[in-house]
Design a binder for this molecule. Structure first.
Ligand SMILES: [Zn+2]
Length: 93
């Protein structure tokens, strides 16, 4: 039930884990674990969890897709000016 809600919220409407945790009134840590479970459970569904990786706004460094939360600092230029990863749900092609 709860995961179905998450799919409805995220479908074609990607957002950051921080925004999502505020919306669902859940700690970020729990939100990440929910999203990881959702990602696994979607494997055999018509949907996919799509992660738009975080990106450094200072030097353009692209972070790995495996991060769901916003990295603290860019490893390349040390900037903290970073776009958070966005989590969304899309239909499989
Ligand atoms: Zn950077």
């Amino acid at each position: 039930m709860y995961r179905k809600d998450l799919i409805d919220i995220l479908f074609n409407h990607p957002q950051s884990v921080r925004d999502l945790s505020a919306l669902m009134e859940e700690p970020i840590k729990d939100m990440v674990s929910d999203l990881q479970h959702l990602q696994k459970s979607l494997r055999h569904s018509p949907y996919d969890l799509e992660i738009t990786p975080a990106k450094c706004k200072h030097c353009g460094f692209g972070f790995s897709r495996s991060h769901m939360t916003r990295p603290g600092r860019c490893p390349k230029c040390r900037s903290t000016w970073i776009d958070p990863p966005l989590i969304g749900v899309t239909e499989k092609h």
